[in-house]
Design a protein around this ligand. Structure first.
Ligand code: GTP
Ligand code: SPV
Ligand code: MN
Length: 591
């Protein structure tokens, strides 16, 4: 190891230097490396990661600059049961979060972290969340003993000197400490201290648990700060859609993990939509603040995509395929004999032989999947052919529509529009979705996931709903709110809606609703597209009859749906805004 590389502090910020010193005294690393984000540093870290067996070099002819990481089989997804919000009182964290007092958690984790980096290198990773020069951007510093985390943060955030430059001598930065320990679920904690703007994560090396800028800072700590500072930190993609006449509309979409954000954010319109264009601002997180023009403005705090590999193909998402064609870290996918990557759904025919995500020989007869269901790619957004011009704009983009959506085999229609903001907040608050492989635990179970934030809200969910309602008075030109479901199934278990690029049809209706062009009918749930204003031209195997099925509102199903909201409403009872109870009553009367 070249101890000289970046091993001197590359900042004069005394708060940073003091904190690093304290953490070093606790963790007792052999060596401290300050990261500056340079190409030279990347090359060195990559070589070291390969030498340590953390990364495998992929076929550089097919995948230049791409590497492969295999995680421990017990560390493949977010662990929600190990994720804690540590506020002074349990009430501040609320009934939907795991809570421990800051003092108790600090004591526990101090024990785990003492000497945890003996014989190891401690990396100081400064990173900027959001475009350089944006008043909405925030700085974090992650201290980690994982070189995989360092290289991933380099892709996912604006990492290095740019962050220290943005911070200057300010003491206001997020302090994140990450210790791998022995990657044991028994000693795994992802602890958030919103009141200290701090995170401590131990015992996992998995994306959402260990790349602290993403879910930990941008969403859990972010949502806490947003409530105090009058903005919104949301689990949302951001896209721009441009009509043939050049009208540009920006929308955000909150879908739970594994429910289509990355795909929707970079969709390619079907041939019928000549002249329509979709560009990506972000694929996972939106920070939104009222702008001086009276509109809600959104930035993407990230600089890369940490996307689900399975199901991604040249047919479903060509832009994602192009994005991960170089300079990408793949985790837990399968390998071909010539060191190319593969996963279920990548190609129509299955390779004859592979090495699976656990490192075992795999053939099509094998019982288990070759790639883990939550295998991922970490790729720079700069690679995305559909990257929006505005992705680096410090002012963000003005949002015209907010879309909520879940993965539901029944009940939820393809699309409807909320009657107004308060109704829209109710629609978001009562979102449901089937669980996916993105978090450990059962897959396919319907659960309430308010605004796709159940695992990511850093404070009391009831207060979070109040904050959403309150934002109404701070945004003179409010975005319209919609709900979608790409995943409804027919009697034979097949998806009713073809999804992916065809989602453009729904997006077009949404964009035109925002501009007052498209017609809608008043249905019990909200506004739904009139037959004339929902474009089905050029669709194969889909017609008005199938659309009617995808849009059907079944009163019996909805009776059960409304009743099942009791669970959430009772859980949050003490803090639930009365507006949501009234909205529920109104829905019942319309049904
Ligand atoms: P996270 O990164 O975990 O937050 O997930 P995400 O919301 O970005 O979901 P993503 O776009 O990665 O999609 C998850 C899975 O759903 C993938 O296997 C996709 O192929 C599949 N998917 C995405 N969009 C659609 C769609 O419109 N229809 C269908 N049937 N499947 C979809
Ligand atoms: C998600 O689970 O929503 C993800 C992956 O985007 S992770 O960053 O690991 O949380
Ligand atoms: Mn995603």
């Amino acid at each position: 190891m070249d101890a000289k590389t970046g091993s001197k502090p590359n900042t004069t910020n005394s708060a940073v230097i003091r904190w690093v010193k304290d953490v070093a005294a606790l963790c007792q690393p052999d060596e401290i490396v300050w990261c500056n984000g340079s190409e030279k540093e990347k090359k060195l870290f990559t070589e070291q990661a390969i030498a340590a067996g953390v990364l495998i070099e992929l076929n550089q002819k097919k995948l230049p600059g791409c590497y492969y990481h295999r995680s421990k089989p017990n560390d493949v997804a977010r662990t929600e049961q190990a994720t804690f919000i540590c506020t002074e009182t349990a009430h501040e964290a609320g009934a939907t979060n795991n809570w421990m007092s800051p003092r108790e958690m600090h004591n526990k984790l101090r024990g785990f972290c003492t000497g945890a980096m003996r014989g190891r290198t401690m990396y100081i990773v400064p990173y900027l969340m959001g475009p350089a020069g944006s008043p909405m951007s925030k700085v974090g510093v992650e201290i980690t003993d994982s070189i995989y985390v360092v290289l991933s943060m380099r892709i996912m955030t604006r990492m290095g000197q740019v962050a220290f430059d943005h911070l200057g001598n300010n003491e206001d930065f997020n302090r994140g400490l990450h210790c791998m320990l022995d990657v044991d679920p028994e000693r795994r904690y992802i602890a958030h201290f919103p009141q200290e703007n701090a995170i401590i994560s131990v015992g996992s090396n998995y994306g959402g648990n260990a790349l602290l800028g993403k879910k930990c800072l941008a969403l859990r700590i972010g949502s806490y700060l947003a409530q105090r500072e009058c903005w919104l930190a949301e689990h949302m993609l951001i896209l721009g859609v441009e009509s043939p006449t050049g009208e540009k509309t920006f929308v955000t979409g909150a879908f739970p993990s594994g429910c289509g954000k990355t795909n929707f954010s970079m969709l390619i319109p079907p041939p019928h939509f000549a002249g329509w264009k979709v560009t990506t601002v972000g694929d996972d997180i939106a920070w939104m603040k009222p702008g001086s023009d009276g509109r809600l403005h959104a930035i993407n705090p990230e600089a890369g995509y940490f996307g689900v590999a399975p199901g991604t193909s040249e047919q479903t998402n060509p832009n994602a395929m192009a994005t991960m064609s170089c300079d990408t870290i793949y985790t837990n996918v399968a390998l071909t004999p010539d060191l190319d990557v593969w996963w279920e759904g990548k190609t129509e025919s299955t390779p004859k032989e592979l090495i699976d995500w656990k490192g075992q020989r795999w053939t099509p007869d094998s019982k288990e999947k070759a790639a883990h269901a939550n295998s991922r790619f970490a790729a720079p957004m700069k690679n995305n052919p559909a990257l929006a011009r505005e992705a680096d704009d410090p002012q963000g983009v003005p949002i015209s529509a907010i879309i909520f959506g879940g993965r539901r085999a029944t009940t939820m229609p393809l699309v409807y529009q909320a009657f107004n903001w308060i109704h829209g907040v109710y629609v978001g608050a009562t979102m449901t979705s089937e669980t996916t492989a993105a978090a450990t635990g059962a897959v396919g179970q319907v659960r309430r996931d308010p605004m796709a934030m159940l695992p990511f809200c850093g404070y009391n969910m009831g207060h979070y709903f109040q904050h959403w309602l309150r934002m109404r008075s701070h945004i003179p030109i409010l975005p319209r709110i919609f709900h979608v479901n790409w995943f409804r199934k027919d009697e034979s278990g097949k998806y009713l809606w073809p999804g992916y690029g065809e989602n453009m049809r729904v997006l077009k209706w949404i964009a035109e609703r925002c501009r007052g062009h498209a017609q809608a009918w008043e249905a019990p749930l909200g506004w739904v597209p009139s037959a004339d204003d929902f474009d089905l031209d050029g669709m194969k195997n889909f017609d008005r009859t199938r659309l009617a099925k995808a849009q059907a509102i079944d009163t019996e199903e909805w009776r059960r749906e409304v009743l099942s909201q009791d669970g959430l409403f009772l859980k949050l009872y003490a803090d639930l805004p009365k507006e949501l109870t009234f909205q529920r009553e109104l829905l019942v009367s319309r049904l």
